[in-house]
Design a protein around this ligand. Structure first.
Ligand code: TZP
Ligand code: MG
Length: 315
């Protein structure tokens, strides 16, 4: 099943090959040890046992998770029985750990992801008071690939109509994310939502906004360990540097990005006080994306500013 997902759904040669090799290795280990002959379908009392959850899966991600779980349980059983005759057990254990990596890689490939483009631009009408829509338009014309609409103080109707206009500017050109408001993300048919620690839990968001990008904010080590176990497309970490947008939040520096890079496979978006001078530091620390508000919103030539920031991290 995992091989089919990698091969036919994701079209990924590398991971398909890895799973195939793993399968062959397992067969040869089992054959060498005559395990295959212990199988007896007719007399197997487990054949007719199915549990309700097995007959329904919500999405591809749950198929991968359920099947990886089955493979892992099967390997565990062989590993235990294998202890009776020595070395096969260790080899099966290696396969089991390899399986965990495969499950993680497949899950990441299945979750919808942010475009492969280092700038995550947050547009906020409070940070850019004049010509807001032409400002957004200029960013898209200058190649922006990720735009998040953040509007903490707009009423629903205003948020919605602003969102509609941004949706039409970004359509087909740029990934459009909504901050905080999953209800508006749904009604605007955005590509994703960014949730803070006080917003709807990811598990609930997944149910009502399936197959979409869900990102969450992390400020502490604890946030990070929670995020590790959630089906999110990315995590944001910050504020990294001093920022006037969140004056009440103390900057956390680059440490959490470095730790996250070692501990989680999820894409990392660095945020907070990022500008031309310091943008390289966040990528050097391990971030995959830099999110910016003021650096671009306060520029007289936002398109030019975007290109300058991009140049700092791509040359
Ligand atoms: N979350 C953490 S810092 C921040 C948010 C929304 C503000 C980022 O704005 P700026 O102007 O790029 O510092
Ligand atoms: Mg928020």
């Amino acid at each position: 099943m995992l091989e089919e997902v990698a091969r036919f759904l994701l079209n990924k040669k590398g991971i398909t090959k890895e799973i195939k090799e793993m399968r062959h290795k397992l067969y040869s280990l089992l054959e060498e040890n005559s395990y295959i002959f212990s199988r007896n379908i007719k007399a197997d009392v487990g054949v007719s046992l199915t549990i309700k959850e097995e007959s329904k899966r919500e999405d591809y991600l749950s198929i991968v998770q359920a099947n990886a779980q089955r493979v892992s349980e099967a390997l565990r059983v062989i590993e235990e029985f294998g202890k009776l005759n020595g070395e096969i057990s260790e080899q099966i254990k290696t396969l089991r750990f390899q399986l965990y990596e495969i499950e993680k890689d497949l899950s990441l490939l299945i979750l919808p992801s942010l475009p492969d483009y280092p700038l995550y631009i947050i547009v906020d009408p409070e940070a850019r008071k004049k010509d807001f829509l032409s400002f957004v338009d200029e960013l898209v014309k200058n190649g922006a690939k990720i735009i998040q609409l953040r509007a903490k103080n707009l009423r629903d109707r205003e948020f919605y109509s602003l969102g509609k206009r941004i949706k039409s500017i970004t359509r087909g050109k740029c990934c459009f994310i909504i901050n905080d408001r999953i209800d508006l993300a749904i009604s605007l048919e955005a590509d994703g939502v960014h949730l803070g620690r006080d917003d709807l839990p990811v598990k609930e968001a997944e149910k009502i906004f399936p197959g979409k990008i869900i990102g969450i904010s992390c400020h502490t080590e604890n946030d990070l360990s929670i995020a590790k176990n959630e089906n999110v497309s990315y995590i944001s970490i910050g504020p990294i540097f001093e920022t006037k947008i969140k004056k009440d939040k103390k900057p956390i520096g680059l440490g959490l990005i470095k730790r996250a890079r070692k501990e989680v496979a999820l894409p990392i978006v660095a945020i907070g006080g990022i500008n031309e001078e310091n943008i390289r530091e966040v990528f050097e620390a391990g971030a995959d994306y830099a999110a910016v508000i003021s650096a671009i919103a306060e520029s007289k030539e936002p398109g030019k500013k975007l290109r300058k920031l991009l140049k700092r991290v791509t040359k």
